[in-house]
Design a protein around this ligand. Structure first.
Ligand code: ADP
Ligand code: ADP
Ligand code: ZN
Length: 232
């Protein structure tokens, strides 16, 4: 069966610091769907100081996961907005089996298939190198790296001029915890989508451009084979 070009959901899975946010910005544009990042949304709530933001703060500071009910409600709310009616690129969600089951059920109800769950695979040493040098924009949530991907306007954001900062949870103690939480709670999510037959593994250790090309291939709808005499 041929998949439609835009009308479906792509999941971007991977450890903290794997490069999900960096790649999602390109990929969402390629796919023509909005980029929905649970971490970005939670930080926006926290910055606004609303009830969800206050409830999430203590978990986020420790590097623990925010409880499923809060995160699932937030994402469902976001997916109900008109720009997500035809699909979305989900970054950082689902992160637990409970979240995955809630998402699967909601998508079945909406008639939106999951085109791919892409697992951005990165070695542990690379993760800590990336997180320790990460600088984040408070306004548009773009990320930079002081060595691997500096902002052309440092110390300001090259996209919107925001003053870049280092996330509190990118400190070493919180990083160790986040990686352990990821291994315990999120690895089963990867197995879940593997069993459903939608998982694609992409090596995330390379340069940003290399990873971007590999990701584009991984989310392409299966190409219709061109007969040899036409291709020639
Ligand atoms: P990273 O990009 O480093 O993987 P995120 O920005 O996605 O981190 O998430 C930051 C924090 O927000 C997490 O450590 C966690 O506390 C919370 N968070 C983000 N997404 C989820 C989720 N799907 N479920 C529970 N907590 C989440
Ligand atoms: P995630 O959203 O998965 O937590 P980010 O996209 O924020 O990860 O990337 C983490 C850090 O690593 C950022 O500082 C980013 O600039 C940098 N980074 C992302 N991809 C690469 C890459 N392929 N090579 C080197 N550094 C990268
Ligand atoms: Zn910015």
């Amino acid at each position: 069966m041929e998949l439609p070009q835009h009308h479906d959901v792509v999941l971007l899975l991977g450890a903290p610091g794997a490069g999900k946010g960096t790649q999602a910005r390109f990929l969402a544009e390629t796919l023509g769907v909005p980029h929905v990042a649970s971490g970005d949304l939670l930080r926006e709530h926290r910055n606004r100081g609303d009830e969800l933001g206050k409830a999430a703060q203590v978990y986020m500071d420790r590097g623990d996961l925010v409880p499923d009910t809060l995160v699932v409600d937030m994402i469902m709310h976001r997916l109900n907005e008109p720009d997500a009616a035809d699909g979305a690129l989900l970054d950082g969600f689902p992160r637990t089996i409970g979240q995955a089951h809630a998402l699967d059920a909601a998508l079945v109800e909406r008639g939106l298939p999951i085109r791919r769950a892409v697992y951005l695979e990165v070695s542990r040493g690379t993760l800590t190198d990336r997180l320790s040098g990460r600088w984040t924009c408070p306004s548009c949530q773009s990320t930079y790296h002081d060595r691997f991907s500096p902002s052309p306007a440092a110390p300001l954001c090259g996209r919107c001029g925001g003053v870049l900062y280092q996330r509190e949870d990118d400190r070493r103690e919180a990083v160790e915890n986040r990686i352990n939480v990821y291994l315990r709670d999120t690895t089963p999510v990867i197995d879940h989508y593997d069993r459903l037959g939608v998982l694609a593994r992409v090596n995330g250790d390379g340069e940003i451009e290399q990873v971007r090309d590999a990701l584009r291939l991984a989310v392409d709808p299966v190409p219709v084979p061109v007969p040899a005499h036409v291709a020639a």
